[in-house]
Write a protein that binds this ligand. Sequence first.
Ligand SMILES: Nc1ncnc2c1ncn2[C@@H]1O[C@H](COP(=O)(O)OP(=O)(O)OP(=O)(O)O)[C@@H](O)[C@H]1O
Ligand SMILES: [Mg+2]
Length: 342
Amino acid sequence: MIIVFGLRRVGKSSLIRAVLNEYVPNNYFYIDLRRFEESGYVSYRDFVKALEDAINARSRSRRLLSILSRIRGVGINGFRVSLSWGRDRVMLAEVLDSIDEWAGDEGLRAIIVFDEAQELVKARGFGILPVLAYTYDNLRNMTLIITGSEFRVFTRFLKLDDPESPLFGRAYIDITLKPFTREQAIEFLRRGFEEHGINFDRAEQAYEEFGGNPGWLTYFGYRALRVGFDEALSETRREAVNLIRREVCNFIGEGRYLAERRYLRILETCINGCRWSDVKKSLEALEGRELNNSIIDSLIKALLDYSLLVKEGNKYILPDKLMRDAVVGLRCLANSVNSGNA
Ligand SMILES: Nc1ncnc2c1ncn2[C@@H]1O[C@H](COP(=O)(O)OP(=O)(O)OP(=O)(O)O)[C@@H](O)[C@H]1O
Ligand SMILES: [Mg+2]
């Protein structure tokens, strides 16, 4: 099991697709769960459809189709698989068994990607974790790749360190994607514009604005070719700040009023850098009482884990200018994002 973490737009999906296309183009199955972002819940039918799409996007293998055709709830039509969710519903574990058997026969490793896995927290009427645990424990020809950007929901979903979780204690490889460095970001923009015959000399300025997140640099470059540099700069900033605000509010969690006030207070305190003692002082002023050091530690650690805060020497600071812009005046109100000056 491989888990890929990283902030929004940092390139998780691109990295996974690029690597799989290059090394194992025919034996991976990519389940894109982003499609459930707007839904309140995910039914068995929804998930089975997503799995069906993932298989159909890949499978040109007669052999895989013939193995799949032996299980209940699977129909084959030409090169297309259809999985039923109704009375004769297909069992997920049986589908995975078949894929594993196929991979074993072919001497391959089958790879199943769950992109934006945290959406499966919303699964209703079925559990995905037992299926993942079953796969992990029994299917020797299979690798699971799991990504997610919402770290907390995500650890709440997989719960690898919760003894109650089916996945408890399973080992995994953890890949955390970081934004480009300053040099990489500038080179990335320079070469991108060069491909369009443009000699771009304002990459420094773009980096100052957006930091090294490839998603924002790409968005900026794409828009700059269409609406010009200045307009693209403000458009990208607006988009990014909105998305980051949603992310921060997701992280803080809807309805957790005390946590919200505390996290936002820390982020505000650390906009231009802060020490541990500044955080403590500021939270104590907010709440009008003394706070235990371990509370301060755990709040700071959560922000560091999620890269909303970074450590530089003995100071904490927001990772980039977009984050600073996003935090100013931010209020998260039960699942909706609101801001004093937006
Ligand atoms: N290493 C890279 N080189 C060039 N472009 C990249 C790279 N990584 C990502 N991109 C571009 O950045 C954008 C965002 O990437 P991607 O969608 O993979 O990020 P993500 O982390 O999956 O985002 P999200 O959190 O929204 O799912 C894409 O348009 C992609 O083309
Ligand atoms: Mg993605």
